[in-house]
Unconditional design. Structure first.
Length: 95
């Protein structure tokens, strides 16, 4: 007959080991996804800074007219299609 102490200590060891594996996996996953979210936030702030700098050179009335006259996606095929679009593109390129 085997002592019950040896069997119960083995089970306790397995439970503790599996608990540590679970906690380690959780923290690794949490840190990974947290790092991804931080990287996305940094890139979005960079893109927002660039877009704010570019939009400062465009007249808002002209931009509204271009958007209202071309409501569909990919409707403007060439730079010189609407005259206002070519001036807005020139002001962005010259920025």
């Amino acid at each position: 007959m085997k002592p019950t102490f040896i069997l119960s200590s083995g089970k306790v060891f397995v439970v503790i080991f599996l608990g540590l594996v679970f906690l380690t996996s959780y923290f690794i996953g949490f840190n990974y996804f947290n790092s991804i979210d931080q990287a996305k936030a940094i890139e979005m702030s960079k893109l927002q800074a660039v877009s704010n700098a570019l939009v400062s050179g465009i007249d808002p009335v002209e931009l509204e007219f271009i958007m209202l006259s071309n409501p569909n996606k990919d409707q403007i095929q060439r730079d010189n299609q609407p005259e206002l679009y070519s001036t807005a593109a020139a002001s962005i390129i010259g920025f």
